[in-house]
Design a protein around this ligand. Structure first.
Ligand code: SF4
Length: 525
């Protein structure tokens, strides 16, 4: 069986980092880990060809070669996902789909023409699909009522990736999260009991990447890396030895809940393994909103102190923020900006609340008749998809102002400097290696754009020299964080244009509805 694995295009988003990736001569931040794990679970006598449409074109030769097309996508990729299903069907191919989007909204994949729906987690449903193919079935839907044991998950087929296209590799240690945030789809997809791989599995994955020649960043894609603290510590103790023996070929980053700040041993272990940054879901500094959305873990101790502790330990903090919670008072956008400035978090992912399919929030809003439509975009350029408790226009305007303030070039640079000047020194030092041509080119381009052309040029150099003098272990991380500004400054304009145009359509529709009601009342009276 010749299988074409297709990974759809991501629209521009907070995470797409085009401008920063362009500097580094890379096409995407991370590879599609899910679909190369699918390839490892399917029969290994099948032939696989991976086309990640974010890094390379899909050719006629690829289509002709394929006997079966398998696609996987997240909600944000849905436009290209549905287009490629239609393209495959137009060419008479059998199409199987899976991943978070198909699992959440399977009817949309069916409507586009998919033959096989491989839903939930593949360790259970892929073998059912293989049996169906071997029986000669032409279509089918495969679901799992249980969550699989991830200690049986094989090493992903990293060999299918074109390494030079990616800025980082990715691996997964755990699935699931013990918390209960109302808006979260992770606990719907993967459950609230974190399931972890065995330490030797992770080491086998790292061995595979090492042997294939990868050196550099690795994203530990877990939605909450510290969901099972006991198991993560056991794994990190072994990873620490592996990294030392291999002379620190990899630097890691991940996502974790804020209670990381309360566990000094865990942070130390992460730093000993060469973790450099962590993404925290802070969401909002408003305690009422955090309680209402059941993010209780963020209300237990002051969030500013938690961020400071993690930063001072030596981890760069990235954080997510949301506006539009029920009961939120006017000025939430300003409060988020103040919090980000106070904690000096350089990169703050900021979105308007979206009710994702099947989440507790989605079900509550549906019951209350407040879901606006089923069309969820799931990114930072979309208006809320439900009726909030304060006017949509007020929330959208606060969002635009806050986004624009956060990603003003000077404010971003100031925060970046304050973040790194207070940061703890790294625990590990990778051996010196000659910089590659691409890295030198990236450094020259960054120095030109931010150190010569932009009006913040003096600050850029002043901050760099101050870091070299006062906290010399972090200067290179300061520069790479500065590089992200290239993306954020451009993305700020995209957010502004897209939200503004959606807002105009929304307000026009609201006005039309008001006029209609008035006319109906006039006729009735
Ligand atoms: S902490 Fe993060 S992953 Fe866990 S339930 Fe909350 S939003 Fe989801």
């Amino acid at each position: 069986m010749r299988v074409l694995l297709l990974y759809p295009v991501f629209p521009k988003s907070f995470w797409s980092f085009e401008k920063a990736l362009e500097l580094a001569n890379r096409k995407a931040l991370i590879p599609p880990l899910g679909i190369i794990t699918v390839a490892a679970i399917l029969p290994q006598e099948w032939e696989f060809r991976l086309v990640d449409r974010n890094v390379e074109p899909l050719t006629e030769a690829d289509w002709e070669w394929a006997e079966l097309v398998i696609l996987s996508a997240m909600i944000v990729q849905k436009d290209d996902f549905l287009t490629q299903i239609r393209e495959a069907k137009r060419r008479g191919k059998q199409v199987a789909v899976g991943g978070p989007y198909a699992t959440a909204l399977p009817h949309e994949a069916t409507a586009a023409g998919a033959d096989f729906l491989i839903l939930d987690e593949g360790e259970i449903t892929l073998p059912q699909f293989v049996e169906a193919i071997q029986r000669g079935d032409k279509q089918g839907t495969f679901r799992a009522t249980e969550k699989p044991d991830v200690t049986i998950t094989p090493v992903p087929r990293f060999d299918l990736l074109k390494f030079s296209a990616y800025d980082n590799m990715s691996v997964q240690f755990s699935r699931g999260c013990p918390f209960q945030c109302e808006f979260c789809d992770i606990i719907v997809l993967y459950g609230r009991k974190p399931r972890t791989k065995a330490p030797e599995q992770i080491l086998a994955e790292l061995d595979a990447l090492y042997k294939l020649g990868w050196r550099g960043g690795i994203f530990m894609v877990d939605d909450n890396f510290i969901g099972n603290k006991r198991n993560v510590k056991l794994m990190l103790k072994e990873l620490k030895v592996w990294q030392k023996e291999h002379r620190y070929p990899f630097g890691f980053f991940t996502e974790a809940s804020v209670d990381l700040a309360d566990d000094a041993e865990l942070m130390d272990l992460m730093l000993d393994c060469n973790f450099g940054s962590v993404f925290l879901g802070i969401e909002t500094p408003d305690e009422d909103s955090l309680s209402l959305t059941k993010k209780f873990q963020n209300t237990r101790s002051p969030l500013t102190e938690a961020v400071e502790r993690i930063n001072r330990a030596g981890l760069r903090v990235l954080a997510g923020f949301i506006i539009g919670f029920d009961g939120e008072k006017a000025g939430a956008g300003d409060r988020i900006v103040r919090f980000v400035e106070q904690t000096a978090i350089p990169a703050a992912l900021f979105s308007m609340l979206q009710a994702l399919p099947d989440t507790a929030l989605w079900h509550r809003l549906k019951k209350e008749g407040r879901l606006r439509d089923d069309n969820v975009a799931g990114n930072q350029t979309s208006l809320l998809n439900f009726v909030p408790t304060r006017p949509v226009e007020e929330i959208a305007r606060e969002y635009l102002t806050a986004f624009s303030t956060l990603y003003d070039a000077e404010q971003y640079l100031d925060r970046t400097y304050r973040h790194f000047i207070h940061m703890g020194a790294p625990h590990c030092q990778s051996p010196f290696r000659m910089p590659q041509l691409g890295e030198l080119k990236a450094l020259c381009l960054l120095s030109w754009r931010q150190g010569v052309v932009r009006k913040t040029r003096w600050k850029f150099w002043r901050y760099l020299f101050s870091l070299l003098k006062n906290n010399p272990g972090v200067w290179n991380r300061y520069l790479s964080t500065c590089a992200y500004a290239e993306h954020f400054i451009e993305f700020r304009q995209i957010v502004e244009q897209q939200i503004e145009s959606q807002l105009q359509v929304f307000l026009a529709e609201e006005e039309r509805q008001k006029q209609k009601q008035k006319q109906e009342q006039a006729i009735a009276s």
